[in-house]
Write a new protein. Structure first.
Length: 204
C-alpha cells in the first residue's frame, strides 16, 4: 500500500481548491487533516472506492459529494438561472442516491445528476474531487449514515487530495441538512443531528 502523507491545518491549504481553502480557514487547525496521496502512487485512483482501498479506510467512511439538478429544467436554462435548481449531496461511497426521494424532499418534480460541464461552470470542481466545502450558495444534504463515524473523508476540489473531518464539524461549517438520502431509505426525511450521538468535533 502506498504511503499517505498527512498534513494538518494551514500548512497544506495550498494543496486544495481555493474555495475549499477559504472555507477551511474558518475552522480550527485541529478540526481537519488534509491527505495528499497523488505524489505517492503510480497513478491516481479512478474512483472513490479505489481511493478508500488506497488509503486503507473503510469505504463507508469515505464520502462522495454529488451535484444534483432539477431534471424538469434543461441544463442550459439551469446554468443561465441556477437559483433553486441545484443541490449537493454527501453520502458514503458504497451508497446510491434515492433521486426520487430527494426530488420530493426539495420540492422538485424530478432530480438527476448534473452534467460535468455544469459542475465545472458552477463549482470549478472535477467530477472525482467534488468537495462539500466551497459550494457557494448551493444547499448541501448529508446522509445520516455518515454521522456514526468519528471522522469521514471528503473531497478537496483537487484530484489526489482529500480532507478528513468530523462529520458534525462539517455540518456546522456548511450549514448542511442531515437526511437519509440513499436508496436503502425509500422516503428521505430530515434528521435532527442533536438527537443523535454527538462526536467530539474539536479534535480528530
Amino acid at each position: 500500500m502506498a504511503t499517505v502523507m498527512i498534513f494538518g491545518g494551514v500548512v497544506s491549504l495550498t494543496s486544495v481548491h481555493p474555495e475549499v481553502a477559504a472555507a477551511l480557514k474558518t475552522l480550527k487547525e485541529n478540526q481537519f487533516r488534509v491527505s495528499e496521496h497523488a505524489a505517492h502512487t503510480r497513478k491516481p485512483p479512478c474512483s472513490p472506492r479505489e481511493l478508500a482501498e488506497l488509503i486503507g479506510y473503510d469505504p463507508w467512511r469515505n464520502a462522495k459529494t454529488l451535484l444534483l439538478a432539477n431534471r424538469a429544467t434543461p441544463a442550459k436554462r439551469r446554468l443561465a438561472n441556477p437559483n433553486g435548481l441545484y443541490i449537493t449531496a454527501c453520502l458514503p461511497v458504497p451508497s446510491r442516491l434515492n433521486l426520487t426521494g430527494i426530488a420530493r424532499l426539495v420540492g422538485w418534480p424530478r432530480s438527476e445528476l448534473a452534467r460535468p460541464e455544469e459542475l465545472m461552470a458552477l463549482l470549478d470542481y472535477p467530477p472525482r474531487a467534488v468537495s462539500p466545502f466551497g459550494i457557494r450558495n448551493i444547499p448541501l444534504l448529508i446522509d445520516a449514515a455518515l454521522l456514526v463515524h468519528d471522522t469521514i473523508i471528503v473531497g478537496s476540489g483537487r484530484i489526489g487530495v482529500e480532507i478528513e473531518i468530523n462529520p458534525f464539524a462539517l455540518i456546522a461549517a456548511t450549514s448542511a441538512r442531515v437526511c437519509s438520502i440513499c436508496l436503502k431509505s425509500p422516503d428521505p426525511r430530515p434528521e435532527n443531528p442533536t438527537n443523535m450521538r454527538r462526536r467530539k468535533s474539536d479534535r480528530l
